[in-house]
Design a protein around this ligand. Structure first.
Ligand SMILES: Nc1ncnc2c1ncn2[C@@H]1O[C@H](COP(=O)(O)OP(=O)(O)OP(=O)(O)O)[C@@H](O)[C@H]1O
Ligand SMILES: [Mg+2]
Length: 612
């Protein structure tokens, strides 16, 4: 049995303190199979991964609805239930979760297959440069032991998943292996190291769960950066100075094409305590006001002239108190951390610079956690552990402005077709219509925007992925037949002239025409609507015309239906009837271009309309 012990890693912290191993650096005690993690004695956490919903492209009303939904989501957490929102942009091995699933079949279409697979690979490589974006929420409960913690965690996780469902976001609880995999990903920036772990390995090797996830080394000797394995990292916190924030801040950070983790540790403040604190602050401000006024009276100037800061603080505090007391607002203590990792120090500094540019744009400042890089990095792991004491008090709506939703990804596993790139997230769209709730589709776009091209691409993709599927194209403009010829399909030219031999006859009828219904009524309805289209004009057919057509249809088809095969002529009967009935005659209407012949087959009657 081999016990892996990593040599001295991590900095010696202060004189006389032993250096920690990489395993000791990661702040949890035990990870269990069901995903419960004992972070410290008496504190257990669980993680839920959730998917995106469409927020950025939603209408203003929908955005407001999502925002208020997210506010009530946050209000669910009480002061005994701290939680952590993690947004992990991680470079994965093999360019993301999409796989090219078109194997070579060694037939005459291999060249097309090769070209298509190359195109797919190129698109997948282009999509976010292989960055996988994951969103987690980790929550913890204090409990004496595992037995008491489990049911509580279970209840909270089902409540959270219910709340996500209300928002329309899919979510699932991570099991122990998945949590370890997420930690492994964050502790191995660059995504070069595969995650190899199974619960069976633990008794076999005598290693702990941490041995499977820690990197070769951590180095926290520098004040503003750290090293993890061969990569560089920097942990910073967001100083929120603006009193009004935009919902774009978090989205812009997450859109970055960089490997990083954004973490929000949120601790709810007990409502009565929060109100008491704010009231205390208001009293302090009032006291300062009185001091100022006394000073003014002593010095002989107007006591109403107060320092502008004092006025602003007094207004803000009064508004906050009103929010907490009357509106559905709670008070949260928020720690906003950003951890960047990059292969080189220059790249790291560039990426941190970009992030701080975005923060500046939204009136916030990104500050490096000086001498707290280790605590910052460890607090960014989805464990529910916060080692950073920099907190900012926020109300529900100001916390909810960090809305974690952007755009829903359509990426189905298994056999799925390529449908282009998501313009917002730059991810590949892979879908299998047949597995969607509604399999129908439509290509909409301005002229020349590539609708026909998209249809052709889908046809090729279906042809290559599911060779057993039927593809039927109705092509009035004759733009698809070169593709059909290349793919070895059959082109059928339909013309109204009988000489071509191929036509579609709307008056055709066969024994399977109507399953359970009366075939004659069905046919009569159909012919009626056809005549309405052809000769009806704007006002449609007159009731008497409808009666004539209906009677004629029945007269034609009834004998045929009863004693097949027989022949008849709908047109001549209709004409005879309509001509003899002067009231139903349309000027120039009936005797326009119809003429018809009837062919009999043993199984079906074919009436051939011809345009003269
Ligand atoms: N994804 C693409 N990559 C490269 N070329 C493309 C792409 N999509 C469309 N094109 C090209 O753009 C041109 C117009 O495309 P297409 O004919 O499909 O447009 P359309 O929307 O069907 O136009 P129309 O409205 O006139 O039918 C074509 O030359 C097509 O080859
Ligand atoms: Mg077109």
């Amino acid at each position: 049995m081999q016990v892996k012990r990593t040599p001295r890693r991590g900095p010696a912290r202060g004189k006389g303190r032993a250096a920690l191993s990489a395993q000791q650096t990661v702040p949890y005690l035990e990870m269990l199979k069901d995903g419960v993690c004992r972070v410290r004695d008496g504190y257990y956490t669980k993680t839920i991964a959730y998917e995106d919903i469409n927020y950025s492209v939603a209408s203003t009303e929908d955005q407001a609805a999502i925002f208020s939904g997210w506010c009530s989501f946050l209000n669910y957490f009480d002061s005994a239930l701290p939680f952590q929102l993690s947004f992990v942009n991680h470079r994965s091995r093999g360019g993301g979760r999409c796989k090219v699933n078109i194997p070579m079949a060694h037939d005459e279409f291999d060249s097309i297959r090769g070209e298509y697979v190359d195109m797919l690979k190129r698109q997948i490589a282009r999509s976010n440069n292989g960055i996988v974006r994951s969103k987690y929420i980790t929550f913890g409960v204090p409990a004496d032991g595992l037995e008491t913690a489990r049911p509580r965690l279970e209840r909270v996780s089902s409540d959270i998943m219910g709340n996500f469902k209300k928002l329309g976001a899919h979510s699932r609880v991570l099991n122990g292996r998945e949590r370890l995999e997420a930690l492994h990903g964050q502790l191995h920036p660059g995504g070069r190291e595969p995650f190899r772990f199974s619960w069976g390995d633990i008794p076999k090797t005598g290693m702990g769960t941490k041995d499977f996830i820690v990197p070769d080394s951590f180095d926290f000797r520098q004040s503003r950066t750290f090293r993890v394995g061969q990569s560089w990292g920097a942990a910073s916190f967001l100083q929120i100075m603006a009193s009004e924030l935009s919902d774009k801040l978090l989205l812009e950070l997450l859109e970055l094409d960089a490997e990083m983790t954004v973490t929000l540790h949120v601790q709810t403040v007990d409502q009565t305590k929060a109100i008491k604190t704010v009231k205390g602050k208001i009293s302090d401000i009032d006291k300062m006001k009185v001091e100022e006024q006394r000073k003014a009276t002593r010095s002989g100037y107007d006591p109403d002239i107060l320092p502008p800061d004092l006025i602003t603080y007094a207004k803000d505090a009064a508004a906050l108190l009103a929010d907490l007391q009357s509106r559905n607002e709670r008070m949260f203590l928020l720690t906003f951390l950003v951890v960047n990792t990059a292969p080189t120090r220059e790249r790291l500094e560039n990426e941190v610079f970009t992030v701080s540019g975005i923060a500046q744009k939204h009136n916030c400042t990104l500050r490096r956690l000086d001498w707290q890089q280790e605590q910052g990095y460890m607090s960014s792991l989805p464990l529910g552990w916060n080692g950073i004491e920099i907190q900012r008090g926020m109300t529900t709506s100001s916390t909810a402005i960090f809305i974690p939703f952007m755009t829903k990804e359509l990426r189905m596993d298994g056999q799925a077709l390529y449908y282009g790139m998501n313009a917002l997230s730059n991810n590949v769209i892979m879908a299998d219509r047949k597995r969607l709730k509604n399999p129908n589709g439509m290509f909409l776009g301005t002229p020349g925007s590539g609708k026909s091209f998209a249809a052709k691409r889908e046809i090729v993709n279906v042809f290559l992925t599911w060779p057993e599927d039927d593809i039927v194209i109705a092509d009035p403009e004759g733009e698809y037949y070169p593709l059909v010829n290349r793919l070895g399909g059959q082109v059928v030219k339909l013309t109204p002239s009988a000489s071509s031999g191929t036509y579609i006859n709307p008056m055709d009828i066969n024994p399977d025409y109507a399953d359970d219904e009366d075939p004659l009524s069905l046919k009569s309805d159909f012919i009626l609507s056809l005549c309405e289209l052809i000769v009806g004009g704007r006002g449609g057919l007159a009731p008497v015309e409808k009666t004539v057509i209906d009677r004629a249809v029945r007269n034609v088809y009834r004998p045929i239906w009863q004693t097949r095969p027989r022949s008849g002529c709908l047109f001549s009967r209709t004409c005879t009837r309509s001509c003899s009935n002067s009231r139903s005659r349309r000027p120039g209407g009936w005797l326009r271009p119809w003429s018809c012949t009837v062919r009999d087959r043993s199984t079906s009657l074919t009436t051939v309309p011809m345009w003269r």
